[in-house]
Design a binder for this molecule. Structure first.
Ligand code: SDX
Length: 465
């Protein structure tokens, strides 16, 4: 059945209707209020329940299964917005005007051009590396001195020795420029004035945030291409962020439906409260380290299978199960082995993850269009029924964002080992927004541990032990 973009919007709004019917609308009072520090909170291992800071960026209602970015319901953003617009919202705290959005989209597209220097560095290191490891490496190579309008031109006026035809300034200018400098700018250098962020822009790092949102996507796509032994691709002028990311990663121009679904996936993965990778980025940034290293820390944390790495594990698990009929036997064995079922459960959600509420029907729509997805989608649905009937009521274990996302990515021809990098491509917006907000009233993160060791041990030389 040929689905249209209107069908996608309808599917998202139907999911919203179901969610609001099942959950009701009152926020959790203990996590939404004005804050008078210091505050009392009950803290469990892994800082469970700890309040790290206050924020206006996003709210996760674990009891109801709600997700809100800057006051906007995630269902509405998926139905009507784009990843670029949502990223601007997360970073700047409001939806952009038409002009601002146009400039922001052009800025991101311009910075998705990977300089040749970077390409050779990346393809050399990427061959056998774990893609998230390569992404962290590529991001750390994206160190960027704060570029002021005019500084770039100054760089081109001969002071900087261009290292190749992209006229990328050398690591350091002959005058010993403090930080290595790589610009992710279009081949034909144009002054950045016309894309200067809006007047009420965030602190100086806004330039780096824009570079990172665009650059991490470009680096991720370059890694995907290098792993297939192919050359990197440059963004196309008539595609948006999601479309260009898909094109640069798969080498194929996406259909309008694929571009729209990827756009929604990126919106869904953009921000999610104080999750491990966001917290990791904020901890590194709170020491006033470099924003690129802070985002590298987020990428490192996200790569674990308990966090962003679960989406790959889910697809491997569904392949292992093989068919819906095999689910009951597989699940019985998993319980006996005390295995955690990948794609289920959540530290905060004790209800259905709203992101899974959107991804499941989108996966169903894509399975309806692609016969090779029918079996894996049916297996996923059967496993969901099995796990939720066993653990839903008792342990509040439901599907999370990672359970259906892999099926969606598979429909687009994306290799499974690249799925977690897609999560990172989206989450860079949330990491940057949270870091920027925290740095406005920075306080280095320094929790404590309860010492349960001994005291008064007497030292003995090695030959007396
Ligand atoms: C993400 O924090 C975020 O917001 C993260 C994220 C984001 O957008 O940034 O939402 C993205 O990371 C989603 C989660 C992806 N990970 C997985 O799908 C891996 C499988 N899930 C589990 O590992 C687990 O559910 C966690 C890690 C997600 C949450 O674990 P918790 O909160 O530490 O829960 P727990 O391990 O203490 O489990 C509580 C109980 C245990 O049973 P008992 O020991 O009390 O008998 O629930 C059980 C667990 O065994 N349980 C599961 C289960 N998850 C929890 N049992 C079977 N399968 C599971 N998946």
């Amino acid at each position: 059945m040929g689905y249209t973009l209107d069908d996608v919007t309808r599917i998202v709004l139907e999911a919203k209707e179901r969610a609001h019917q099942e959950t009701g609308n009152e926020p959790e009072p203990e996590f939404t209020s004005t804050v008078e520090w210091p505050i009392e909170c009950t803290v469990g291992p892994g800082l469970e329940g700890a309040i790290a800071c206050e924020t206006k960026i996003g709210y996760v209602n674990g009891k109801k299964g709600w997700l809100i970015y800057r006051g906007y319901d995630i269902f509405d953003l998926c139905a009507y917005s784009t990843f670029e617009e949502t990223s601007f919202l997360l970073l700047h705290g409001r939806l952009p005007s038409e002009t601002e959005l146009d400039l922001f989209c052009r800025t991101l597209r311009r910075r998705m051009f990977i300089p040749k220097t970077q390409r050779s560095l990346l393809s050399f290191a990427v061959e056998e590396r774990n893609p998230m490891d390569a992404l962290r490496l590529g991001t750390n190579l994206m160190r960027q001195k704060q570029i002021r309008p005019g500084a770039l031109n100054a760089g081109i006026t001969g002071e900087t020795v261009a290292s190749d035809e992209d006229s990328i300034p050398m690591e350091t200018k002959p005058t010993g420029w403090k930080k290595p400098v790589y610009e992710f700018l279009e081949r034909l250098f144009r002054p950045v004035q016309d894309v200067e962020p809006s007047a009420d822009a965030m602190p100086d790092d806004v330039e780096s945030f824009y570079n990172l949102i665009a650059g991490v996507a470009a680096v991720s796509a370059t890694i995907g291409r290098a792993r297939q032994g192919r050359m990197p691709l440059e963004p196309l002028p008539d595609l948006g962020f999601a479309g260009n990311y898909l094109y640069m990663l798969t080498g194929r121009r996406p259909s309008p439906l694929e571009e729209r679904v990827m756009d929604i996936c990126l919106i869904l993965h953009a921000d999610h409260g104080m999750n491990a990778s966001t917290f990791a980025s904020m901890v590194v940034a709170s020491t006033l380290s470099d924003i690129y290293l802070a985002i590298g820390a987020g990428i490192s944390a996200l790569s674990g299978p308990l966090h962003g790495g679960a989406n790959v594990e889910v697809v491997n698990m569904l392949e292992e199960i093989g068919s819906p009929e095999a689910v009951p036997k597989w699940y019985k064995m998993a319980v006996a082995e005390k295995r955690k079922v990948m794609g289920f459960g959540h530290r905060v959600y004790k209800a259905y993850d709203p992101r899974a509420r959107i991804l499941a029907p989108l996966a169903e729509m894509l399975a309806d269009e692609s016969p090779e997805l029918v079996s894996i989608y049916a297996t996923a649905r059967a496993l969901e029924t099995e796990v939720v009937s066993a653990l839903g009521e008792e342990k509040k274990i439901f599907p999370n964002v990672d359970f259906y996302s892999g099926i969606v990515y598979r429909s687009m021809g994306i290799p499974a080992d690249m799925y977690t990098t897609i999560f990172a491509v989206a989450r860079v917006s949330g990491w940057c927004a949270r870091v920027a907000e925290y740095l406005e009233h920075n306080r280095i993160f320094r929790p404590r541990a309860i010492y349960t060791g001994t005291f008064d041990e007497q030292y003995k030389p090695a030959d007396e032990r």
